[in-house]
Ligand binder design. Structure first.
Ligand SMILES: Cc1cc2nc3c(=O)[nH]c(=O)nc-3n(C[C@H](O)[C@H](O)[C@H](O)COP(=O)(O)OP(=O)(O)OC[C@H]3O[C@@H](n4cnc5c(N)ncnc54)[C@H](O)[C@@H]3O)c2cc1C
Ligand code: FES
Ligand code: FES
Length: 465
């Protein structure tokens, strides 16, 4: 039995835990405001807010309901556009109307939900954050300018928002209906344990599985790990950072400890998908999907991370770089799951960078990506871990290139000479994302970019060109 709150109503359902939330909302509850656009996480027409209690306060995140198994909202509140409607339009709805931010209207509910999610966040209102909140919403009609103007008005209307008692503040100003105040008490009466079943297909966020296998999962019980505290955590102990396999990209992005370790973390992770996808995408899902262009895989390969594989009560730990044996061929038995990822905390003199080139900057997968962790001591490269994606059948740890760099003085000549080694250990193919030659050229440029960004005093574009 799965229990959650849908807007202001408690739901108890014996539907299979793999049923997409979108189907439940529309076909079982007849709440047809939530639209079906792409069913692939791209358009945002199906966006809903999911709220849960965190440190005594409600935290709301937008997610794509088309890719979310219903079992993943166990113990949470789901807010659809119907749950935002009041007698009069909310300021978010009214500004969209005033600025002609809606034309055919198909995308509009998704925008309203995402922008209301922005209002509900506990951060200080900021126009850039309003725009970032709709990074997963696509509109084919408006040209976006009208929606951007609405976002600016909404931000202005939030001036003076109480960032601690946000819900009360928003209810008073009729951004959201009064029932929102009752939700924390209602949630106390529902258990948060996932409604999945062991031995079904293991689902993290579902953002890969539901794109590919939606039809095969909708009437199945699935094995859900996304809400399990043993699978979703970030700890730092004895110089090692460990993350649960079901830790989401947003969890990583919001971690103060990781922000301190990687000052450009937000910039890097904003290149991954969109907010609603990052809110549910797990690290293990990215690794096991084994896409040669997985961005999180590139990130953790460059940290020389290890993964813990567990089956029943047996666990083993291997380097992530040894996980990939061939195209979608993994060092993993059918029953093994990734329970944790760990990496040694980089020393203070370590430098980290991630580069990604895709056809669009946001909400697009990479043509080529790469990450690098480099330590330079007294002008000499003391340690180097560099990854590359999109240039072979698997995500690649550039072991020969790293070995070539190590122990040598950091000079433009060395970086240029490393390119021959780099080119010898990749095998890109021509496909829709570019020709083989283009990908080779891209990786060369991105490899240069690591050094230009990380060591601007020693390496510049001019000296490498
Ligand atoms: C619109 C859109 C944009 C995207 N953009 C990007 C992007 O920019 N960059 C990028 O890298 N990816 C992108 N992705 C891909 C996807 O979001 C990521 O790969 C994500 O990290 C997958 O995680 P998940 O939890 O959703 O995986 P799921 O779909 O839940 O699972 C994927 C696979 O991993 C398995 N699995 C999940 N968890 C575990 C575990 N703990 N142990 C063992 N097996 C497990 C599942 O059984 C399944 O085989 C995008 C996807 C969409 C839909
Ligand atoms: S229907 Fe397009 S993102 Fe879900
Ligand atoms: S108004 Fe038509 S898709 Fe946005």
């Amino acid at each position: 039995m799965i229990e959650f709150i849908l807007n202001d109503r408690k739901i108890r359902t014996d539907k299979p835990s793999g049923l997409p939330l979108l189907d439940f909302i529309r076909y079982e509850q007849s709440l047809t405001g939530t639209k079906i656009g792409c069913r692939e996480g791209d358009c945002g027409a199906c966006n809903v807010l999911v709220g849960h209690l965190q440190d005594g306060q409600m935290k709301y995140l937008p997610i794509t309901s088309c890719l979310t198994p219903i079992g993943n909202v166990q113990g949470k509140q789901v807010v659809t556009v119907e749950g935002l409607n009041m007698e009069d339009l909310s300021p978010v709805q009214q500004y969209m109307v005033d600025e002609a931010g809606t034309q055919c209207g198909f995308c509009t509910v998704g925008f309203i939900v995402s922008l209301t999610g922005y209002c509900l966040s506990h951060s200080t209102p900021d126009y850039k954050a309003a725009i970032a909140a709709i990074d997963g919403n696509i509109c084919r009609c408006t040209g976006y300018k009208s929606i951007e103007r609405a976002a600016r008005h909404i931000t202005n209307a939030l001036a003076g928002k109480d960032t601690r008692e946000t819900v009360d503040w928003l209810v008073e100003r009729k951004f959201i209906p009064p029932y929102f105040k009752e939700i924390p008490n209602m949630l106390q009466t529902i258990g948060a344990e996932n409604g999945g079943q062991k031995n079904g297909v293991l689902v993290g966020g579902g953002t890969d599985l539901y794109v590919q296998k939606h039809d095969q999962l909708l009437d199945r019980e699935v094995d859900l790990v996304a809400n399990h505290p043993n699978w979703r955590f970030i700890t730092i102990k004895n110089g090692v950072c460990t993350l649960g396999g079901a830790t989401t990209v947003t969890d990583v992005q919001e971690s103060d400890a990781l922000q301190t370790l990687f000052p450009r973390l937000t910039q890097h992770l904003k290149l991954v998908a969109s907010s609603p996808i990052r809110n549910i995408s797990t690290l293990a899902g990215n690794f096991v999907n084994a896409s040669p262009i997985g961005d999180l895989t590139a990130f953790f390969l460059a940290l020389n991370a290890k993964i813990e594989l567990t089956e029943d009560d047996k666990s083993r730990t291997i380097f992530l770089k040894d996980f990939y044996k061939g195209y979608k061929d993994l060092d993993k038995t059918k029953g093994e799951n990734i329970t944790a990822i760990s990496f040694i905390i980089p020393p203070a003199n370590s430098h980290f960078n991630l580069e990604k080139v895709s056809k669009r900057i946001h909400l697009d997968i990479a043509s080529v990506n790469t990450a690098a962790q480099i330590i330079v001591e007294s002008g000499v490269i003391a340690d180097a871990h560099i990854s590359a994606g999109g240039v072979g059948p698997t995500p690649i740890y550039l072991k020969d290139t790293c070995a070539f760099l190590m122990g040598k003085p950091l000079t433009p000549e060395l970086i240029r000479a490393a390119i021959d080694v780099l080119q010898s250990e990749i095998s890109p193919i021509s496909d829709v994302r570019g020709s083989e030659n283009y990908k080779r050229l891209l990786l060369r440029q991105l490899f240069y970019a690591h050094f230009i960004k990380l060591f601007p005093n020693q390496i510049s574009l001019e000296v490498l060109a």
